[in-house]
Each structure stands twice: as C-alpha cells, then as structure tokens.
Write a protein that binds this ligand. Structure first.
Ligand SMILES: [Zn+2]
Length: 107
C-alpha cells in the first residue's frame, strides 16, 4: 500500500504551507515525503488473532517527512493533509498503472 500520486502532491504542498522547507537538524533543504504510510497502532494491540479486538484499538495512517541527509523524520496524520472524501491510498498497482487508470477515469 502506498499513497496515491495526487495525495502525495497535496501532502508536499501542505508541508511547504506549514513552513517545512529545511531539516530542523542539519538544515538540508531536501526534505522528502515518503510514498508509503506509517501505520501507528493506538489504544492497544492484539498479539493473538483469537483474542477479541479492544474497542479502543485503532490504526492511524501517518505521512512521514524524512531528511535524506541525516535521517531525521517527522510524522503527520495523513487524514489531516487531504480532504476526507479523497481516496489517498492505492494498493496493488504500479505508478504507471495508476497513471493509466487516472487518465481513463477509473480512479
Ligand atoms: Zn537533516
């Protein structure tokens, strides 16, 4: 699973709107938005699939901003970066297949 290309573009714009253009540690201006989400498990976690799910258990999809020079990373809730109605994930398609489906209107 990865972020859709359009969602990534929105996230890059949002990062710049927030004023994040340089790494706060090494001052590199090459910050990158990772194409794969970080899944943040909150409110408990089952170690055995036979156990009932804790009602507080949740997974938050985070977008990772990483400095390629020093590795410093920041996480943001991906849902705060895009419209709630927007499909932000894609699964099982290459970037070329995604682009083709967007051109044909399938996505
Ligand atoms: Zn850095």
């Amino acid at each position: 699973m990865r972020f859709r290309k359009t969602a990534l573009q929105t996230m890059v714009l949002r990062v710049h709107e927030l004023g994040l253009s340089t790494c706060p540690i090494c001052k590199s201006n090459e910050l990158q938005v990772a194409r794969h989400p970080v899944l943040l498990h909150t409110g408990g976690m089952r170690h055995d699939s036979n156990q009932p799910k804790d009602p507080d258990e949740n997974v938050i999809f985070m977008v990772r901003i990483e400095c390629p020079d020093c590795g410093y990373s920041l996480l943001f809730n991906a849902e705060r970066f895009v419209k709630s109605s927007e499909k932000i994930f894609i699964n099982g398609l290459t970037e070329e297949e995604e682009a083709e489906q967007e051109r044909s209107g399938a996505l």
